[in-house]
Design a protein around this ligand. Sequence first.
Ligand code: HEM
Length: 290
Amino acid sequence: MEAIRPPTQKIVDDLIDKMLDGPKPADLVEAFALPVPSLVISELLGVPYDDHDFFQSNSKAIINRDTPGEERVAARQRLADYLGGLLEEKLAHPREDLLSMLAERINAGELTRQEATEMGVLMLFAGHETTANMITLGALALLQHPDQLALLRDSDDAKLIASAVDELLRYLTITHGGLRRVALEDIEIAGQVIRAGEGIIPVNETANRDPSLFPDPDRLDLTRGARRHVTFGYGIHQCLGQPLARMELQVVYPALLRRIPTLALAVDLEEIPFKHDGFVYGAYELPVTW
Ligand code: HEM
């Protein structure tokens, strides 16, 4: 991830240049929050960014709570067909990217085509909606907390920047879907016995506001050191992309605040269309000016 920090910085800077050259107000989601992670994950996987309309609309259909079941399956299938086709290309002409690495595993007999395709699909769709929502809501949270915004904008301390990103991840906990777990053996949690085979849905947004771990949890405090949050889940299936997401956000927020010091909301908070219908919380639009 450190190796792709400089190209990520370039993607971020170019998008800010473009936004500054364009009309005001601008929609931060469209102009910045979506393209940053989309461009980064496309480059990492070796997916042509020119196809972004196709993979963004299908990813949206997968994670939108209101999508009917058959349409969700169909959207996933369209992405699988697309990725399957790209994998064939990488089998024949490998490059320096993640899909080519998956293709190598197919050649080595370690993965089936279907397994490699599924992994590609998961990384493609998990890799942009989530981070895009964090960029949008993180920017909004900072605009609402000018003292915290100033702290982050004026600091060159990599540790503070990392801590700020983790605090925003904790404070916003954009993954509202409820993680699902099944007990492998009888286990007692806070006096409640969960029998082997029973399921639980840990509510990570509540865990992230646990005052015994995060004193005064409703306060956004970029210096608190919130790394023990569970926004990326917990256990062996916790988010595979978290080092990527952290790196992207560590690049994004300081760049946005320093390059556009007069960044401000262009509408009232009440007018922002929030995503109440997705597994991942965010905003459909964030009109900003400067
Ligand atoms: C701010 C951004 C992100 C958030 C908040 C987030 C959150 C999550 C959460 C809560 C889970 C479920 C973990 C569990 O069940 O314990 C997960 C899984 C996953 N995420 Fe992310 N994610 C983010 C970004 C990314 C990115 C950039 C990628 C791309 C490469 C990615 C790839 C994955 C994958 C592949 C899994 C499944 C892991 C497994 O089942 O073993 N995520 N993510």
